[in-house]
Structure formats: structure tokens, C-alpha cells
Design a protein around this ligand. Sequence first.
Ligand SMILES: Nc1c(NC[C@H](O)[C@H](O)[C@H](O)CO)[nH]c(=O)[nH]c1=O
Ligand SMILES: CC(=O)[C@@H](O)COP(=O)(O)O
Length: 157
Amino acid sequence: MAYHVIEGNVVGKKEKIGIVCARFNEFIVSKLLGGAIDGLVRHGISEENIDVAWVPGAFEIPLICEKMVKTGKYDAVIALGTVIRGSTSHYDYVCNEVSKGVAQVGLQAGIPVMFGILTTENIEQAIERAGTKAGNKGYDCAVSAIEMINLIKAIEK
Ligand SMILES: Nc1c(NC[C@H](O)[C@H](O)[C@H](O)CO)[nH]c(=O)[nH]c1=O
Ligand SMILES: CC(=O)[C@@H](O)COP(=O)(O)O
């Protein structure tokens, strides 16, 4: 192979992870959280190195992600929430702002800030992505967080 490949493995060690959860639609978000913790622990992260912060709704997630990042205590932050369309345009504003906000925090952070927020048309779609037939978005974000931590280490060494 003439070119070099830089990639991150999914082996966690002593890294510290912050998770920000929205309480709105907690029935779903709690499943995302369980999946995220399962993914982290099964890939080597100790539960004692995981902090979970709860916010009222997805709109508040970016601010607390930023607060966690600025502590300098975490190797990655995972945002978990569930936004389900209602009968007004409120859904669009919440989704737009939370996605922009999390992305903005991530670009400024220097550490991975993972977007584990479901944005669905209905409850069924959310359930499918919180541990049923479409997997668990929380688990996926957890494993990707470890990959990103190790990728950054590989690039910076
Ligand atoms: N409708 C959903 C919300 N709405 C609440 C907002 O996120 C926010 O907490 C409120 O506007 C006060 O600032 N939040 C969700 O997480 N999911 C929803 O479906
Ligand atoms: C995503 C939301 O904010 C939504 O649940 C609010 O519902 P509605 O648009 O019917 O007020």
C-alpha cells in the first residue's frame, strides 16, 4: 500500500466521557443513554469515568456540551436527545438549532462532540432507533466517540 491510513481503533482505556441527555421524551432518551453506557463499557471505558448531565430539552444540549468541554475534564462529549415532530413548526426550529449548536461546539472543542439526537417524524421511528430494529443511536455514538478519541491521538502523535 503506497499511501498511509490513519484511523482510530475502538479500544477505550482511561478516557473520561461526558454525556448530555435531554429529559424531554425521556422514555426514549433513557434507552439511548443505556445504549451509550453499554457501548462505552463494552469497549473498555469504566463507568466511574462517565458523567451524565440532564437538561430540560434538546434545545439546551449545546450549552451544557460546551460547559462540559470547557472543564477540560473530558476526552469526548456525547449529546443524546429525541425530537419528535408535533403539529407546529417548533420541531424544525429545535432540530436546526440543536444540530447547529452541537456542531459548533464540536468544531471549537478540540475533542469529539457526538450527535446522538434522534429527529423523527413519529414515536415509532424513535423507538426503532433506541434499541429495536434500527439499532441504538446511543450505542453507535459511544463507539464512534472512542474511535474519534483514538483517531485524534493517531493524528497528533
Ligand atoms: N418538542 C421537543 C422539545 N422541546 C423543548 C425544547 O427542547 C426546549 O427544552 C424548550 O423549547 C425550552 O427551551 N425538546 C426535545 O428534546 N424533544 C422534543 O420533541
Ligand atoms: C419537537 C417539538 O417541539 C414538538 O414536540 C412540539 O409539538 P407541537 O409542534 O405540537 O407544539
